[in-house]
Design a protein around this ligand. Structure first.
Ligand SMILES: *Cc1c(COP(=O)(O)O)cnc(C)c1O
Length: 391
């Protein structure tokens, strides 16, 4: 009789163990008997059945992020936007209202303005640096507040403690997207958040080679609702992405500390250049929310900084063209420094007046600072700002 290559091959025996987390791409898991499957579905024994419902690489990654955030039972999903969507659709229903910070990540803004209203979930926005404005925007049917600690790209710091108090008083869930700050800079559960979200795509994975999200809930009932929604909607993460992200996470603390140190030094350097009109970095004396940044984030200013050039689009074009080693790309949190221009990317949907109200001009840039040698970054950006000044 001939054999068939389709036969399920047992994994080779080894008395030693791998030191690296194995990558498990299997979508399905075979059980011994229907009784064994019952035991699994009823939670009497632990086991995987079908990858959309969970798989080992997602579990390993979720538990690692849980430990960083001080969470339990966090869920890894296919993208940061899947995490934002799952938290909202898993917990709310038609007739409810969500109050968002007015400078949320662009797609989160779009979810709130374009998509949720189609499902009967009303939305509104207020300035999260001003707890009075948030309070005034709460309605009787408000069930959730969604904020980010540090806004993009103007790096304003939300009054998260005031908002947490308000949310508690009003019985409203507080959801914090902690992508920018990361648990190394700030742990929302220690400050009254009910739900914490990450785009793992960014700093946690850190290499711009995976798209993943994470969501954790303080309340096990909320956790289950979010999990069930994600499994039904199919927000499944790829095992390979989870495996890569776990590898990225191993160097997260080192990357973050180095990038933050670089960002603080670069902010101070850019502020000395005549071509730079202003620099925004949370812990600097000239930042509008410096006191709150120091209180909430400690001395940690993070790895993001923004600056504004004298001059308009011509200066902006000259800057990116003269900085070939700094990727001009609409992302953040990569191991290498990236530069983004809000007027032509994240905020292009706003009118020039709308952008001006946020202080975003054609000369406004955000830097997501990486781990390069600081001398190289200073040299490259100094030359680029000089080129912009000549334009
Ligand atoms: C990128 C980002 C998201 C969305 O994450 P994806 O992984 O791109 O879906 C959500 N929130 C913030 C703050 C982000 O920076």
């Amino acid at each position: 009789m001939t054999d068939t290559p389709v036969r399920r091959t047992p994994w080779p025996q080894s008395s030693s163990r791998p030191v690296v987390t194995p990558l498990q791409p299997s979508v399905v898991y075979a059980s011994d008997t229907p009784d064994a499957l019952d035991a699994q579905y009823e939670g009497r024994v632990q086991g995987y059945t079908y990858a959309r419902e969970g798989h080992p690489n997602a579990t390993v990654l979720a538990e690692k992020i849980d430990r960083l955030e001080g969470a339990t039972g966090g869920i890894v999903l296919g993208s940061g936007m899947a995490a934002v969507t799952a938290a909202i659709l898993g917990l709310l229903k038609a007739g409810d209202h969500v109050l968002g910070g007015d400078q949320l990540y662009g797609r989160s803004l779009r979810l709130l303005t374009q998509d949720l209203p189609r499902f009967g979930i009303a939305t509104g926005f207020a300035d999260p640096t001003d707890v009075g404005a948030m309070e005034a925007a709460i309605r009787p049917e408000t069930r959730m507040i969604l904020i980010e600690v540090v806004s993009n790209p103007t790096l304003r710091i939300a009054d998260i403690e005031g908002i947490a108090r308000l949310a508690r008083e009003r019985g409203v869930l507080l959801v914090v997207d902690n992508t920018f700050t990361t648990p190394r800079g700030f742990r929302p559960f220690d400050h009254g958040a009910d739900i914490v979200i990450h785009s793992v795509t960014k700093l946690l994975a850190g290499h711009s080679d995976v798209t993943l999200g994470y969501v954790a809930a303080r309340d096990p009932g909320h956790r289950k609702a979010i999990y069930d929604l994600s499994t039904t909607f199919g927000f499944t993460p790829s095992p390979f992405d989870c495996w890569l992200a776990e590898r990225g996470l191993h160097s997260f603390n080192l990357r973050y500390d180095r990038a933050e140190e670089n960002a603080a030094r670069l902010a101070d350097h850019l502020a000395t250049l005549p071509g730079v009109k202003r620099v925004l970095y949370p812990t600097r004396d000239d930042h509008p929310d410096q006191a709150r940044a120091l209180a909430l984030l400690g001395r940690r200013g993070g790895s993001m900084l923004s600056f504004e050039l004298h001059g308009g689009r011509a200066a902006a074009n000259a800057l990116t063209a003269a900085a070939p080693n700094i990727a001009f790309a609409p992302t953040l949190g990569d191991i290498g420094t990236t530069l983004s221009h809000a007027a032509s990317s994240s905020h292009r949907g706003l009118t020039p007046e709308g952008r001006a109200a946020l202080g975003i001009t054609e000369g406004f840039f955000r830097l997501s600072v990486g781990v390069e040698e600081i001398e190289i970054l200073i040299e490259e950006l100094t030359a680029a700002v000089e080129a912009a000044s000549r334009a």
